[in-house]
Design a protein around this ligand. Structure first.
Ligand SMILES: [Zn+2]
Length: 103
């Protein structure tokens, strides 16, 4: 489950809490929101040479996912072929990594 913060004034959604809404400039007017976990692939790349702690998992697909609520976050595509604009949903969060699968 992905938690975000929704501006009470304009409904903009952010992944990190901040003091000021970047869309409407409302100050300190956010509520926590549960995001759907659904979105689209904004960009991706296949990682062959992974950092040491992920070495055994390479190659894997690292993607920027644009969530349907608006914010983008990076995660891995764990199932299906990557493609720009392809629809994905959150499969699991493990060790702080978001895993998505194509729908
Ligand atoms: Zn706002």
């Amino acid at each position: 489950m992905i938690l975000g913060y929704r501006c009470r004034q304009c409904d903009a959604v952010y992944l990190k809490k901040s003091l000021l809404c970047r869309r409407c400039s409302a100050r300190d007017n956010f509520e926590q929101a549960q995001l759907s976990g659904r979105g689209k692939i904004y960009s991706f790349s296949t990682v062959h040479a992974a950092p040491a702690r992920f070495e055994k998992e390479a190659p894997y697909v690292l993607a920027i996912i644009e969530l349907e609520e608006g914010p983008r976050l990076s995660g891995r595509l764990s199932q299906g072929e990557p493609a720009i604009e392809a629809e994905v949903e959150l499969q699991k969060i493990e060790n702080g990594i978001h895993f998505f699968k194509r729908v």
